[in-house]
Write a protein that binds this ligand. Structure first.
Ligand SMILES: [Zn+2]
Length: 394
C-alpha cells in the first residue's frame, strides 16, 4: 500500500467505528495530521481491546525501567516552610509531634499560615514563645473579609497594626475563597482588586508584613470535566473543587484581578501560593515575575508540574533563584521527601504521591546548592525578617 492508501484505509476504519457507535465523533481519528493527544493515524486504527478495560484508578503498571534511584528522605540544607497549616494556638504535645516530623525532613522552621487575629493571635504567639520549640514556628495574621464596605479598611488596618505588635510576621494564607466565594456587604462578589481593600494592602507594605495569597485553583478545575481534562480524577473525587462557568468567575478573570491588585501595590511583598497557578506555564510565571519585582512564588501542591518538565523547571529556578520560596501547604512528613528528590536529584521516572494530581511520573531537577539554599531558606529569611536569622549555613 502507498502512504496515501494507508491513510484512506485508516480514515475508513475510523468512519466505520463511528457508524457502529464504538467511538464518539470526538474520539474518532480525524482527517489529516495528528489526532487529539498527538497519536498518528495508522493501519488498523480504532481497534478495541479484547479484554475488559481497566478503569483509570485500576491501571497501575509496574515499571520495568531500571535507572539509578536516590530517594531523599531529608533535605540537603535546613528548610523554612512558608506555607504550613498548624493549630493556632498549638498545644505542647502536638507541637512535639510536628517537630519530630520536621526533624526527620530537616525542616527547621514552619510559618503557620493558618493566620489568626486579635486575642487568638496573642494566644498563638504566646504558646510558641513559651514552648521549648520556640524557634521552630512563627505565626501569620489574617484578614477578615466579612462585611467589606465603608469603614472596613480602617478597622482592618488597625487590626494589622495590633497583630504586628503582638508578633505576627506576615499575613495569610489569604484563602482561595477570596475571589471565588467571598461576598461584600452589598451581596456582590468581592473582587480581588476591589478598591476598598487598597488601604489594607498598602498597610501590609508599610508594616513590613509579607502577604501569602492563594488565588484561583488549577486551571483545569474551571474547565469542562471530560476525557481531555488533566485533573479528571480529582474533579470526579472532590465535588468542592469544581468551578463551573456561570456559578464561579473564570480562571483568567481571577488571575486578571489578582495581577491588577499586585500592580497597584508595588511596595508590598506578595508571595503567590502554589506558583501563582502558573507552574504549568513557566513562560507566564516568568512574565509575572519580570513585570512585578515585589511578587514571589511558592511551590506548594504543584510539584507534579515541575517534575514533568525538569529541564525547563531547572532553568526557571536558576533564572529566578531569588524569587521562589519553599512552601508545602498540608503538613505530611512522609510527603516532603518527594520535594527534596525532585529539587535535589537527577532521578528519572519516579512515583508521585497522589494519583489525582498527576497520572504521570516525576523527574529530578538537580538544582545547584546555591539555588537550593535560596529556595529552602535564604529567600524566606530576606522576605520575612522576623524569622530566626542565626544558625543557617552560609
Ligand atoms: Zn494553604
Amino acid at each position: 500500500m502507498t502512504i496515501r492508501a494507508i491513510a484512506i484505509a485508516g480514515a475508513l476504519a475510523g468512519a466505520a467505528l463511528v457508524a457502529t457507535g464504538a467511538l464518539s465523533a470526538d474520539q474518532a481519528p480525524q482527517g489529516g495530521g495528528p489526532r487529539q493527544g498527538g497519536l498518528m493515524r495508522r493501519p488498523g486504527d480504532g481497534r478495541t481491546p479484547e479484554f475488559p478495560e481497566p478503569t483509570i484508578t485500576q491501571y497501575k503498571p509496574r515499571t520495568t525501567l531500571k535507572t539509578p534511584q536516590h530517594p531523599t528522605p531529608k533535605a540537603k540544607f535546613p528548610v523554612i516552610d512558608v506555607h504550613s497549616h498548624q493549630p493556632a494556638p498549638i498545644g505542647d504535645a502536638q507541637f512535639a509531634q510536628v517537630v519530630q516530623g520536621m526533624d526527620a525532613n530537616n525542616l527547621r522552621v514552619l510559618v503557620n499560615a493558618s493566620g489568626t487575629q486579635g486575642d487568638r493571635l496573642v494566644q498563638a504567639v504566646g504558646a510558641l514563645k513559651a514552648s521549648r520549640f520556640k524557634d521552630r514556628m512563627v505565626q501569620f495574621t489574617d484578614l477578615d473579609f466579612r462585611n467589606v464596605g465603608p469603614g472596613w479598611a480602617a478597622k482592618a488596618v488597625a487590626q494589622l497594626e495590633a497583630d504586628k505588635k503582638a508578633g505576627a510576621l506576615g499575613i495569610g494564607e489569604i484563602s482561595k475563597a477570596f475571589g471565588l466565594r467571598y461576598r461584600k456587604a452589598d451581596g456582590s462578589r468581592l473582587k480581588i482588586d476591589d478598591p476598598e481593600l487598597d488601604a489594607v494592602w498598602d498597610a501590609a507594605g508599610r508594616l513590613g508584613l509579607p502577604v501569602l495569597i492563594h488565588t484561583a485553583e488549577p486551571q483545569e478545575f474551571f474547565e469542562t470535566i471530560d476525557v481531555h481534562n488533566e485533573r479528571w480524577l480529582e474533579l470526579a473525587l472532590y465535588r468542592d473543587r469544581r468551578y463551573p462557568a456561570g456559578e464561579f468567575p473564570r480562571f483568567e478573570e481571577l488571575i486578571g484581578e489578582r495581577n491588577r491588585m499586585f500592580r497597584k501595590h508595588p511596595k508590598t511583598t506578595f508571595i503567590a501560593a502554589h506558583f501563582a497557578y502558573h507552574a504549568n506555564d513557566l513562560a507566564r510565571a516568568g512574565q509575572l515575575l519580570d513585570e512585578m519585582p515585589h511578587v514571589h512564588l511558592e511551590v506548594g501542591a504543584i510539584l507534579a508540574e515541575l517534575g514533568r518538565q525538569p529541564r525547563a523547571a531547572r532553568e526557571f529556578f536558576v533564572k529566578y533563584q531569588d524569587r521562589i520560596l519553599f512552601g508545602k501547604d498540608s503538613f505530611q512528613p512522609d510527603e516532603f521527601p518527594y520535594f527534596w528528590r525532585v529539587f535535589e536529584t537527577n532521578d528519572e521516572y519516579f512515583d508521585y504521591y497522589r494519583d489525582y494530581h498527576a497520572f504521570w511520573k516525576l523527574y529530578g531537577m538537580g538544582l545547584p546548592d546555591d539555588v537550593l539554599k535560596k529556595l529552602y531558606y535564604k529567600n524566606a529569611l530576606r522576605l520575612i525578617p522576623g524569622l530566626p536569622q542565626s544558625g543557617w549555613p552560609q
